[in-house]
Design a protein around this ligand. Sequence first.
Ligand code: SF4
Ligand code: SF4
Length: 666
Amino acid sequence: MSPTREVYWNISAVWLMYVLLIPTVVIFFYGLYSHIRLWRIGKPEQRAGTFSQRLKQLWVYGFGHARILTHRYAGLFHSLIFSGFVVLFIGTLVVMVHEDAGLRIMQGKFYLYFQSLALDVFGLFAIIGVLLVFWRRYILKPQSLTHTWRDALLAGLLLIILLTGFVVEGLRLIAAEDPWAHWSPVGFVVGKLFAAFLPLDAFRPLHASLWWFHLLLVFGLIAWLPYSKLLHVITSSANIYFRSLEPKGAMLKLIELETAESFGVKSIDSFTWKGLLDLDACTECGRCQDACPAFATGKPLSPKSLILDLRNALHAGPSGAPAGDGAPSGNGSLLIGKTIQEETLWSCTTCMACMEVCPVFIEHVPKIVDMRRYLVMEEGNFPDSMQQALRNVESRGHPYAGITASRLDWCRGLDVKIMSQVGRADYLYWVGCSTALNTRNQKIARALVQILQEAGVDFAILGAEENCTGDPARRMGNEYLFQTLARQNISVLNSYQVKKIVTTCPHCFNSLKNDYRQLGGNFEVYHHSELLARLIEEGKWKPSGRIKGKITFHDPCYLGRYNDTYDPPREVIGAVSGSAIVEMDRHREKSFCCGAGGGMMWAEEPKEKRVSNVRAQHAVETGADILSVACPFCMTMLEEGVKSENPGKEIKVVDIAELLRGMDSA
Ligand code: SF4
Ligand code: SF4
């Protein structure tokens, strides 16, 4: 006889199962529909197209758990539970095909290896996964996780479903004297355990009642899914599928200034549908909060709470009460000051650490900037120090007050070509306000141009024609000022037919490379680390010696996370360092912000809450003699941080271009 089993052994009135299935499915789809209705109150946004690319993303990050696995513990239990339930689900489909569709596939080797052995093993995996969830939540208790009775109930329900499944199987294997019982090792052991305590004639009634109990729990779970945290099984997959495929640095949407009726996000329905889907996709894992430098330094910002607070606002009815009847809450009520506090929005450095770690690709930074846009462009309401910086940009073309230096002072005596005089050059060196106008950072520009001259690179600068790129304005929320500056700059660059640009500032680099594209500015933009690494690799510039002492490197957010540029600065350091780089714990994708991005360079921060101090401490803890940077903002912040945190400790903060020139020869 071919190995198989009777599907509804010992079960009568199977029709009742189909009757119960109907309300289960209705409740499930109604719940799903209620969410879709809520997302639809959002503004339109184009995320379709590139079907194959999106499917690939879903495969890698959704089914493959690529990001979840970067956290070992969470990756392990997620994979165990996910794979367990996927295999059990396929097993259920096989039963339906076999029994309901009448295709007798559940037999022979397939029955033994898949329907018996594999289902048992993966069911056990799922149990282990759920136990690991309990261990983490209730024994390890990481600070980033919130604990609600619903979470406990959900995990408990999953565990009971899995356990009762094995008990039902074990009772059948023993009572039916299944000849292939040992192919279901877990169920077989469970059956034997029951046999040790229960008389055999109790097996059948116990089996039948537990079978129905198990079924009711499974149906209950399916019906509850869209109303519970398990919804993320669906929403996170959808969110991954619809993730932005734009370059990461270009996450901010261009506002059509001429046609826009309002600016930024004022109420929950001012987000796009994708922004609202984000809110329902959050798994509440807390990784974003763990990564956030603002949260780590005690600022009133947790990216996780921000998303969950917005989610609550989405699900609240017009009165703020939960929309129990599923009525969309697009009531236009003000978010800022109620759901989200202004200080929360002005604590973000836009470092994107939250987005980099989020396993389901939730887009925190665009939401924060969109709400800033409302405050700045509709209300003119933002911190005084930032207002001053933007006023300076408007009136002086740079954000600094009290600066008397011109944009050409830094290059005195260096014979640097100016575009207006030479007309054309292979590269335009975009110096940037924070390099050209800050006495300390001028050394970075001097070091770079000396290397370029020695390497025979044909380059020129704009000099007095250079303006702020508009990056601080855009990240602070003043899209109007950003677009005005960007259009002017694009026009100047195009007038010299500029094709290639090199920058020493990752903020200028990102803006010129990614933001300007949205306004028709198409340039090949290089960060100086990339050009320097290439010149060294091609033998066009050779360092004159090796630097003694240990070097650590701080990855700038706008170079690393925004533009995935991690290796070139390390190659540059490697060319002059006598030893391997001593990395900080948080480096490359996990790098900790210096605290300057998103306009925070101009924010007042109390000393004990300075992000720069924490980062400087990370560098000091490596025992390095030199903290190498590749950004003038990082230079300013970390020099201050090092001085303030370690007044007695000698750790020099040096740009990679200065390192190549022997640190202080510029
Ligand atoms: S961008 Fe950085 S500072 Fe802002 S919420 Fe995300 S992690 Fe925190
Ligand atoms: S936003 Fe992303 S990283 Fe943060 S808690 Fe939600 S799922 Fe986790």
